[in-house]
Design a protein around this ligand. Sequence first.
Ligand code: HEC
Length: 208
Amino acid sequence: MKINVKNKFYLALCLAISFYSCKQEKNESEKEKTPASTVQKVEEKEMEKKPKTSIWDPTAETPEGLNLDIPLSKNELFAYLKEGKYRDFETQEKELHPSLGPHQKLNLPVKVFINDVLAKSLDDKNAEHPKGSVIVKEMYDENESPMGWAVMVKTSDKTDGGKGWFWYEVTSNDNPDDIAAMGNGVVGCYSCHGIGRDMVRTEYPFKN
Ligand code: HEC
């Protein structure tokens, strides 16, 4: 083919067009890539900052300086339970009863202790129990050896869907770190206790 001036012009035009469109495409794909990867990096950073939450984590602050019948800090509370100080509560079961709750395993023996504030409130059939209500449940294994405690303490007069209760469960009699849950508003606990009398599920007055 003879390349005359006209053809040269078309050839140059063609090259220019294809070069231009190729550059455009590259820009497009870079435009798409950059924001996506940036978003991903930001998300990864956020994940690193936020530890994974579970239904056994507290969802509300535990108020401080309440001066209740029972301490609420981890080691003090464990020492209090270990010493059996709640056994001074007048309202207590005389014998173990097989638990209806799934704490550990269904039907394992438990024994419940209720402080005066809560006993009075249950007697009065209050819809919400007052601040300072305490209930302690001793948990035992198949051989009736002690294996931990479940505790509920009202830290405010308002129940606030479960946030006004402090929830605690330890699954050992000698290791204060074997905590199943500890703090106010533990969803895993109150979601099951919601059908109780302001969260209290034990049969009251006691059968034994
Ligand atoms: C799937 C249901 C369920 C879940 C989850 C649950 N409980 Fe219970 N809990 C019960 C039942 C039922 C009873 C009554 C047991 C009985 O006396 O036979 C009970 C009893 C108790 C008692 C004795 C006072 C009462 O309400 O009768 C305490 C204290 C307690 N639970 C604390 C907790 C804590 C703390 C958690 C979370 C770590 C928790 N529970 C999670 C069902 C549940």
